[in-house]
Design a protein around this ligand. Sequence first.
Ligand SMILES: O=c1ccn([C@H]2C[C@H](O)[C@@H](COP(=O)(O)OP(=O)(O)OP(=O)(O)O)O2)c(=O)[nH]1
Length: 150
Amino acid sequence: MMGEEELIKLFPEFSDSIQPSGIDLALDEILIQKSEGSLIDNEKNIPKIQSLKGPIYTLKPHTAYLATIDKKIKIPKGYSMLYLPRSTLLRSFVSVQTAVGDPGFYGTLTFLIVNHGDFEYKLKKGDRIAQAVIFPVKGSGEYNGFYQEK
Ligand SMILES: O=c1ccn([C@H]2C[C@H](O)[C@@H](COP(=O)(O)OP(=O)(O)OP(=O)(O)O)O2)c(=O)[nH]1
């Protein structure tokens, strides 16, 4: 796992958000699902989504949303990332569910955020919701998939 000194060099645009063992990630928008979706024979039909009005978002009980991160990220070749939830959210019955950040990815990170609680939970744009932890990857190629932005 990469530490503070190395992370500042690798991610200068996140210099204000570097932690001893990762990078803090802050909320941009919360989005709700507006249509069905499917994944059949690797054919993606991603559900339509709609932004909620911010900057304070109310997560309804037992409801899933998408959350976008406020700064686009470029993952350098040779590194990969995992995203872990901020524990304050877990202590509040809210999970942040995430996948792997690939070497070479550039774009907006999107996470699933679920309020598992029986009560509403309020979250403000700009608040930290997750932390990225970064690992070197030996012999990696570069991501150039569906979610890559130019
Ligand atoms: O929770 C996550 C994890 C990763 N990413 C970004 C970075 C990652 O490099 C990219 C693609 O993720 P993944 O490879 O998991 O997506 P896929 O469904 O396999 O897409 P593709 O078919 O383009 O490979 O999305 C997110 O936005 N959210």
